[in-house]
Design a protein around this ligand. Structure first.
Ligand code: NCD
Length: 379
């Protein structure tokens, strides 16, 4: 069994027997580390509030977790032993929920999953009371997904008002935000450009195209905050029905609800209506799903015509002028936003790499939010 001791708000763990008790698998986190001591997010609700230092911290930690045997599931780290994480998903999920649960288990946390259909919500219990029930059972971190934007934030505020000691992590709320996806996309891109030292500067001056249903995408919104914070320029590409002109001003400072933008000198955001105009010279392309379940009306003539104009294939990607990687948060509509051949091309597609990277990135978030307990700072 591992031992844990408190130091400056951060829990330090040592492995059991073995020659290197204090640094299991070479892992050692210290509150004295400048990166870790600066973490101030009690809750993680969006990436608009992240500074470049915050992105650095997450990328650094994720890289450390990724390089340990724990990343492959070979060993577990004792960092969150005895701590309870609860996933509250009110929307379907394949990747995000299992990735959080796996990340928690690899840090030795206990994991509890809430299923809305069989819960007392159907008997009229409020969301806040449901959350308080899990906190009463000992949950220290609630990972929340909901179809309505703002639910994780109001839960966080409601729980704070009740004096509950719990952190809330937004796993996707309506069209608003999906911070862990934005961070794993950033990590994947940064590792693509600098495999041994992924950091915000790996993105500085790069040009990233995001193609697809941007209007309905919380992933695009989180990526906009993350990529521009790291100094990348983003070109958004979609028909006007899926990309209103106002998106060009999306990251204009200060972010909504904040007095100041925590980032100075963000990259630029531009809008393009055609792949022929958007792709030449970009360093990476991210495709997004047509999110039919969120569309209030028919916004594309047909999937076939969408694919003809905005679908990505080997031929279309050649417009970039050199080989560039392709990302997609999943789930993918094969043959709509990406051709099956491109999706399955390991020389180009980083889609499975994104899924793999989701685990160390989420381990980093859980570690920062639970083991280091943030600083207790307000949202
Ligand atoms: C995304 C989501 O749920 O917002 N998926 C994900 O988390 N991997 C994107 C989508 O649903 O298209």
């Amino acid at each position: 069994m591992g031992m844990a001791q408190r130091s400056g708000g951060l829990t330090l763990h040592s492995a059991g027997a073995g020659p290197n008790r204090d640094r299991p698998y070479g892992w050692h986190a210290s509150a004295a580390s400048p990166a870790l001591s600066g973490w101030s997010h009690r809750h993680v609700l969006d990436l608009a509030s992240f500074s470049v230092a915050d992105f650095t911290t997450v990328l650094e930690l994720a890289q450390r977790f990724r390089s340990l045997p724990v990343a492959s599931g070979a060993r577990k780290l004792p960092a969150l032993q005895g701590r309870l994480l609860t996933t509250l998903f009110f929307e379907p999920s394949t990747r995000t929920r299992s990735s959080f649960e796996l990340a928690a288990r690899r840090l030795s946390a206990d994991v509890q999953s809430f299923s809305p259909a069989s819960s007392a919500l159907s008997k009229g219990e409020s969301l806040l009371d449901t959350a308080r029930t899990y906190v009463a059972m000992g949950a220290e971190l609630l990972v929340v997904r909901h179809r309505c934007a703002g639910v994780p934030r109001s839960l966080a505020l409601g729980l704070e008002a009740c004096g509950a000691r719990v952190a809330v992590l937004n796993a996707g709320d309506g069209l608003h935000s999906h911070p862990s996806q934005g961070l794993l996309d950033l990590f994947t891109l940064a590792r693509h450009f600098e495999p041994t030292q992924p950091r915000p500067a790996s993105l500085q001056g790069r040009r990233i195209a995001i193609v697809g249903d941007i209007l309905h995408s919380r992933v695009a919104r989180s990526n906009l905050w993350a990529l521009t914070a790291c100094g990348a320029d983003v070109v958004l590409c979609a028909p006007a029905t899926l990309l209103p002109d106002a998106f060009a001003d999306f990251v204009q400072a200060p972010p909504p609800g904040q007095a100041l933008d925590p980032v100075v000198g963000r990259g630029r955001v531009t809008i393009s209506r055609s792949l022929e105009q958007a792709l030449p010279g970009v360093d990476a392309v991210m495709a997004l799903r047509l999110q039919k379940e969120r569309m209030q009306q028919q916004l594309v003539t047909s999937f076939a015509s969408y694919h003809r104009h905005y679908g990505l294939s080997h031929e279309r990607l050649a417009l970039c002028g050199r080989p560039v990687p392709l990302l997609h948060p999943g789930p993918v509509n094969r043959g709509v936003e990406i051709s099956g051949a491109l999706l399955d091309d390991p020389a180009i597609s980083l889609v499975e790499e994104q899924v793999r990277n989701g685990i160390p990135v989420r381990m980093a978030l859980l570690y920062l939010m639970v083991a280091s307990e943030g600083s207790g700072a307000a949202i």
